[in-house]
Design a protein around this ligand. Structure first.
Ligand SMILES: *Cc1c(COP(=O)(O)O)cnc(C)c1O
Length: 345
């Protein structure tokens, strides 16, 4: 029996790559703290910890993978491109500017304006293409074929995955007794990299991917046994939107093989997660960042017996929408409405 090429590439990724990434990006990204949440610990009945990736200078963990990919780009790379739901584009734009490389970021019209503005402010070229991440991805590939750009995938690239894996490595370095990690899940670069790193150190740690319940491409793909397309819909967790690519090389098989479970949360549960993190812990975070907290509050997690941690992945919120959630107003998302409710613990 021959092993498919995709499997070989995946198997060659290891903890050593994540350690190498940690060395490469040291000093270029922030080593973020892992802090206890007293309220969520009380609720969980075990210590509940938050990995504060909101403290990265670009406001999200994606700076790690983007920096590792750019520092490992082929000699003489003059221009990079990527498709993005916003945070990866900002990470690539930031890291490229630091290295004196041009960046062109391709995004769909679903990406919130605040994210687009921040990317432009870093000096990157921005292209708004179509209404889905897949449309943006096609433009990105075209730039590589016709104009000699180097593509940096938001999740399906060995250097990006190793870079995101450093989040998990740091969590175990700071708290070796973690029992379960709750990882926001979209294309699976973060969950795949984190699972790869932490399970190589301690095979008993469980890693749970968490997504919104509509348009969760990785969940649908794992269930189907192969990468599938889903319809992208507006969500409070806008950073979790988008497909995983039908030609997915790495992140699909990593998530399929290493995640212990995938849990889905509703928009109402994400709404409550945002309010809880804000009122109880005082943190501003994106919908994508609170899906693990939402799953805890909704009693959707598998059983755990020791410290639990989640990654607060980003803080690049649309402030108007965020203040609407905090003040309990209803939120219009595409053609659906999330009923508002003011916070009470
Ligand atoms: C990209 C992103 C995720 C998901 O990461 P994947 O590697 O695509 O699974 C989660 N939260 C935020 C804020 C993100 O920007």
């Amino acid at each position: 029996m021959t092993v498919p090429e995709e499997e070989i590439r995946r198997m060659s990724l290891s903890l050593a790559d994540v350690f190498a990434a940690q060395k490469t990006i040291a000093g270029q990204v922030v080593r973020t703290p892992l802090i206890p949440s007293p309220f969520l610990s009380e609720r969980a009945g075990v210590p509940f910890l938050l990995k504060m990736e909101t403290m990265q200078p670009t406001g999200a963990f994606k700076l790690r993978g983007a920096t590792n990919a750019i520092l490992n780009a082929p000699e003489g790379t003059k221009a990079v491109t990527c498709c993005s739901t916003g945070n990866h584009g900002r990470g690539v734009a930031y890291a490229a500017r630091r290295q004196g490389i041009n960046a062109t970021i391709c995004m769909s019209s679903l990406v919130p304006q605040n994210k687009v503005d921040r990317i432009r402010a870093l000096g990157a070229d921005v292209k708004i293409i179509g209404t889905s991440q897949d449309d943006a991805m096609k433009e990105c590939l075209r730039l590589c074929e016709t104009d000699g750009f180097v593509d940096i995938s938001p999740f399906d690239d060995a250097n990006v995955i190793s870079g995101q894996g450093t989040v998990g490595l740091e969590m175990l370095q700071d708290s070796p007794d973690l029992n379960m990690l709750l990882v926001p899940l979209s294309g699976g670069g973060l969950a795949g990299g984190v699972a790869l790193a932490v399970k190589a150190i301690n095979p008993d740690i469980r890693v749970i991917g968490i997504s919104m319940d509509r348009g969760a491409a990785m969940d649908a793909s794992i269930k189907a046994g192969r990468p599938v397309e889903v319809t992208e819909v507006a969500s409070l967790a806008d950073s979790l939107g988008g497909g995983i690519g039908l030609e997915n090389q790495l992140s699909f098989s990593l998530c399929r093989d290493l995640l212990d479970d995938v849990v889905l949360v509703t928009e109402n549960e994400i709404y409550r997660g945002l309010q809880t993190l804000y009122f109880e812990d005082g943190h501003v975070a994106e919908g994508a960042s609170v899906v693990g907290i939402a799953a805890l509050l909704a009693d959707k997690l598998p059983a755990f017996k020791g410290p639990v941690a989640t990654i607060v992945t980003g803080r690049n919120v649309d402030m108007t929408q965020f203040t609407d959630v905090i003040t309990g107003r209803p939120i219009q998302l595409g053609d659906t409405i999330v009923q508002g409710r003011s916070y009470d613990a």
